[in-house]
Design a protein around this ligand. Structure first.
Ligand SMILES: Cc1cc2nc3c(=O)[nH]c(=O)nc-3n(C[C@H](O)[C@H](O)[C@H](O)COP(=O)(O)OP(=O)(O)OC[C@H]3O[C@@H](n4cnc5c(N)ncnc54)[C@H](O)[C@@H]3O)c2cc1C
Length: 376
């Protein structure tokens, strides 16, 4: 890196394991619609500078320089045609080109700062460096080597850590709701959904044995806090009284249950038709205006309160993390401790599902890299 020697230390057996498993093995490496609004942070302005200076197209250029190709799957999500392994090879080739070294299966047990240098105690011996970039991620998927090292180091050097919480994670339920969802396990349907403090997500929702998942619920989970309800619109984009009114004129003898099944998966239609106050077996011709209003409310404003989430075991990312107040948004350098940088998921910047988290990892890394290259 521009005259500096670079050493990457990782306790994992293999490099970039999360890249390998990402995007179902095809690495959803960025999103062409990346905007600061796609990130959750205590300071929504913090990510702007890095994201503006290293865009999805910068990463696409890098991918193209390595003769790799990609395709857009949906909603601006770019996936690598050659699978995740090719992206890992590319990152390793870039490290080689910068004469960087990679030490795998190396544990960092202690970091100190003396005489203007960082001193690391590692399982492969002591190392010292003028600058230290911490990119050890968040707490999601401990089985893959996630650790709280970044947070420990941040606290050691005087930073505040906003309590990390699992994000992009399925919801779990208990009691009657759990049984109901379990009986619908495998059913998927498009919804508009939001948590109290989050935006509406228009994506698919999936019923599971333990609760609710699918892209819509994963997105909502990043904004959700315990004991809060999740609002679900099971009829996204349709004006129920109009659609139902037309159906009543066209096929008055159809039952409400049958009509619901023309819009919703059959098992879900059966569930809705049996909800209290929903006259599932009534013919459309006999529906009163009150009935229609009840059906409208039930479909458009379904409110469920999760018991919790599947937690760190399956969360795709960690929300919260190192408070951005203590970091420079231009360089990711600590404001307390010169020469110390925090990048990627350990910082309190959490992307939506769909390539945004890698884009933040690349952009924050590029911001720190640029600073390291220009400041001696
Ligand atoms: C199943 C899954 C699928 C995902 N799919 C996508 C996707 O398609 N698109 C997307 O944008 N995002 C995706 N993500 C999120 C994305 O992988 C992360 O946001 C991203 O990898 C964060 O990069 P990072 O470098 O900050 O941390 P990480 O990639 O987590 O890397 C941290 C590294 O630090 C090492 N480490 C940790 N603790 C220590 C320690 N004490 N000593 C030494 N080394 C340590 C780890 O071994 C690891 O290699 C996915 C996540 C998961 C779990």
């Amino acid at each position: 890196m521009h005259g500096r020697s670079v050493l990457v230390i990782d306790h994992a057996k293999k490099p970039a394991e999360k890249v390998r498993i990402s995007g179902g093995g095809r690495c959803n490496f960025t999103n062409i619609h990346t905007e600061p609004a796609n990130f959750i942070s205590g300071n929504p302005h913090f990510a702007k500078s890095a994201l503006a200076r290293y865009t999805p197209w910068d990463f696409c250029d890098l991918v193209a320089r390595h003769d790799l190709t990609w395709h857009e799957k949906t909603l601006g999500q770019l996936f690598c045609d050659q699978k995740s392994g090719a992206i890992i090879r590319m990152l390793l080739d870039e490290l080689d080109a910068a004469n960087g070294e990679l030490w795998l299966e190396t544990e960092v047990s202690e970091v100190g700062h003396r005489n203007g240098r960082y001193h690391l105690r590692t399982s492969a011996g002591d190392v010292s460096a003028q600058k230290l970039v911490v990119a050890t991620g968040g707490l999601s998927i401990p089985k893959m080597g996630a650790s709280g090292l970044a947070y420990e180091l941040a606290r050691q050097f005087g930073h505040e850590v906003i309590t990390p919480r699992p994000a992009l994670v399925p919801f779990t339920f208990s009691g009657q709701l759990k049984d109901t969802f379990s009986s619908l396990s495998g059913v998927s349907t498009p919804v508009d959904a939001h948590a109290d403090r989050g935006p509406d997500f228009h994506e698919a929702m999936l019923f599971t044995h333990r609760g609710l998942s699918g892209p819509a619920m994963l997105q909502v989970s990043s904004y959700w806090r315990e004991t809060e309800p999740v609002q679900i619109d099971l009829a996204p984009g349709w004006h129920v009284p109009d659609v139902l009114g037309e159906a009543r004129d066209a096929s008055p003898k159809t039952t409400l249950r049958t009509w619901l099944a023309t819009w919703l998966p059959a098992r879900l239609a059966d569930l809705v038709a049996g909800w209290p106050g929903i006259p599932g077996s009534k013919q459309l011709a006999n529906l009163s205006n009150n009935d229609i209003e009840t059906i409208n409310l039930a479909l458009k404003h379904w409110k469920v309160t999760p018991t919790g989430t599947e937690g760190w075991r399956t969360a795709e990312v960690t929300a919260g993390g190192i408070n951005t107040d203590g970091l420079s948004s231009r360089t990711m350098e600590s404001r307390n401790q010169p020469g110390l940088y925090f990048i990627g998921e350990c910082v309190d910047v959490t992307g939506w599902l769909g390539g945004y988290n890698f884009q933040w990892a690349w952009a924050s890394a590029a911001a720190a890299g640029e600073a390291l290259a220009t400041h001696q």
